[in-house]
Design a protein around this ligand. Structure first.
Ligand SMILES: Cc1cc2nc3c(=O)[nH]c(=O)nc-3n(C[C@H](O)[C@H](O)[C@H](O)COP(=O)(O)O)c2cc1C
Length: 172
């Protein structure tokens, strides 16, 4: 798929077909995720994929932002103990969430290229998701991604440009 088509065509999908997504496909998407840049090349991200419908239902209960019935949910996590060990306070509090977001965008674009729909979700109960996933101490979910074959693609929300693109003042 052409890069610009992926960047502009990707949408946040919240309406999914009742069709499973294979483990191989998910692994393929996670391969795209780990090719994202990471601050200091820390690579302290961790990904937990859930394909069991009962587990997904439980995650939905603690995730008000997770809409629709996706075939899979991927928790994009960070090992904050390692992030601190590698990058100190900056690594833990600043670089780690940025890295997770960058990995998430790669995942979303790869999903779109595979004909899948996905949505980034920040509105979820962090401790609830951690407990349901049985995450080890120090591993924190930063974002979750819902994933499945789209029932329909939403129309693109308009992008604002005015006042968004600014060139710095010339010194000459
Ligand atoms: C950090 C972040 C958090 C988001 N959280 C949610 C969420 O909790 N639930 C949801 O349905 N969409 C969520 N979204 C998706 C946005 O609503 C969506 O990206 C935006 O409306 C633009 O639409 P588009 O992704 O189709 O271009 C989130 C997106 C980002 C980047």
């Amino acid at each position: 798929m052409e890069l610009w088509e992926a960047i502009k065509g990707r949408r946040s999908v919240r309406d999914f077909l009742d069709r499973p997504v294979t483990r191989e496909t998910i692994e393929h998407l996670l391969e795209a995720a780990i090719w994202a840049p990471s601050g200091g090349n820390a690579q302290t991200w961790r990904f937990v994929a859930i394909i069991d419908p009962t587990e997904i239902k439980k995650i939905k209960i603690v995730s008000p932002g997770l809409l629709g019935d996706p075939a899979a949910v991927i928790a994009v996590c960070q090992d904050l103990v390692q992030a601190r060990a590698k990058g100190g306070n900056l690594g833990e509090t600043f670089l780690a969430p940025i890295d997770a977001a960058m990995a998430t965008q790669n995942l979303l674009l790869a999903a779109y290229a595979e004909g899948l729909g996905a949505c980034t979700i920040a509105s979820f109960h962090r401790r609830g998701v951690s407990r349901l996933l049985g995450l080890a101490e120090g591993i924190e979910p930063i974002l979750i991604v819902s994933l499945g074959y789209p029932a329909q693609l939403p129309t693109a929300p308009a992008r604002r440009r005015e006042g968004v693109f600014v060139f710095g003042a010339s010194r000459e």
